[in-house]
Design a protein around this ligand. Sequence first.
Ligand code: GLN
Length: 446
Amino acid sequence: QSLDAIRSVDSTVKAFLRVDEEGARQSARVLDEQLAKGGDRGLLFGLPAGIKDNIVTEGLTTTCASRFLENYDPIYDATVVKKLKQAQSVTIGKLNMDEFAMGGSNENSAFQVTTNPWNAEYVPGGSSGGSAASVAAGEVYFSLGSDTGGSIRQPAAYCGVVGLKPTYGLVSRFGLVAFASSLDQIGPLTKNVEDAAYVLQAIAGHDPHDSTSAKVDIPDYIGALSGDVKGLRIAVPKEYIGQGVDPKVRDAVMTALKTLESLGATWEEVSMPHTEYAVATYYLLASSEASSNLARFDGVRYGVRAADPDNLLDLYVKSRSQGFGPEVKRRIMLGTYALSSGYYDAYYLKAQKVRTLIKQDFDNVFQNYDVIIGPTAPTAAFKIGEQIGNPLTMYLNDILTIPVNLAGVPAISVPCGLADGMPVGLQIIGKALDESTVLRVAHAFE
Ligand code: GLN
C-alpha cells in the first residue's frame, strides 16, 4: 500500500529522495516468514517507515540532500534504524530535507523541493519537510526526522501531522550526520499522538555509541496516554503569542487552551524574558558547531571529490566549493567567524552565556507549571519561493521552536486548526525527560 501511495502521489509531493522497493519487499517477506513460524510481533510490526536522509542506513545511499554526499553509501545503520528493525518496522526509503538540515522550507535541498500535501504551492516546512509531507500524504505510516532548532515540529505543524522532539540525550544520535551536536535530536513524525508514543518507545534508550546519550530508564509512553489532564498547570509565555504571531494562529492556540480548560486544566500567562535573544543565540551556536562538524567533508574521506586539483589545499577548496550549497556555505562562514580568535569572546562565548539564561527561563517556569504551551510557528506554511531570498526572515520563523533546543527539553507539535486553509500546530513543551506528560497532554487535546 505504501509503495502504491508513493507511486500515485510522490511525483507531486516529492518527499522521497530514494525508495528502496526491493529492500522493503524483502523485509516484509522476512517478517511474514517469522510470523508464519510462530514468532512474536514487534512493537512496530510491518509498519512502513520513511527515514530522513541525514540518518545513515546500511547499503542505502544517504545524502543529507547535499551534492557532497550524492554517492555516499553508509556501511552501518544508525542506532535508531537498528531499533526500528528490532521493532519490525519496514524502511521504505529516504526522505528529502534541507541540505544538512539547514533550513525551514526544504528549498535548500540540492535535489528537489518537497511540496505541502495540503496545497502544492506551499512549502512543507523544514528541515524534515520530506518526513512531514510523506506522513501527511499517506505514503508511510510514520517517519523519523531530526530537530536542531525546530526541524521536526515546524514541518509537522505546516503539514498537519504530529512531530515530537525528545529531550536532548533520550534518543541516540549515533548515525545521525551531525549539524549542531549540542542541539540535534532524532524524533518521530506521525499521524497522531498515540503513534508518536509507539515510535518513541521503540527508539528511546541509552546507547554506548553516543557519549551524550542519557542513562535513564525508559517509561511506558503508551501507558501514559490516560486522556486525563485534570489539575494540569499550563504556562503560556506572553512572548509566544505576542508581536509577530499571525492573529489566526493565535486564535487557534487560544481555542486549544479553552479545550484543555474544559478538560480540567488551568492556564496562566507567564514571561520568558530571554526569548527575544533565542534566534541570535541559536544561529551563532548552531553555525559554530556546524562549521566544526562539517570540516570532515574535505573531498578525501567522504562523498564527492573535485576533479583535477592542483594540490591538497586546492582539493579541499574545490570539493567544498562544488559540494556545498549556498546556505551551508553561509553557515560555515558565519560559524568560522564566530569561533575565530578575537571574536570568540564577543560572539561564541556570549552566546553560550545567553543560552544559559534562556534555559533558566524554562527552569523558572517549570517550578510552578507542568507544561508550556504556545504555537509551534508564528505563521502557517508560506508559499514556495516567497522567503528563500531572505535568510533573515527565514531564521525569524524559528523563534518559537529554537528556545526548546537551547534548553534541551522535549516538545511536541499537534494540529490545532487552520489559518487560511493551512494547518496550524500547537506546541506543548515539557520538563526534561518528561515526554510522558507532553504526550499525555497532546493525546488528551487531540
Ligand atoms: N530552521 C532551523 C535552521 O535552519 C532549524 C533546522 C533544524 O532544526 N535542523 O537551522
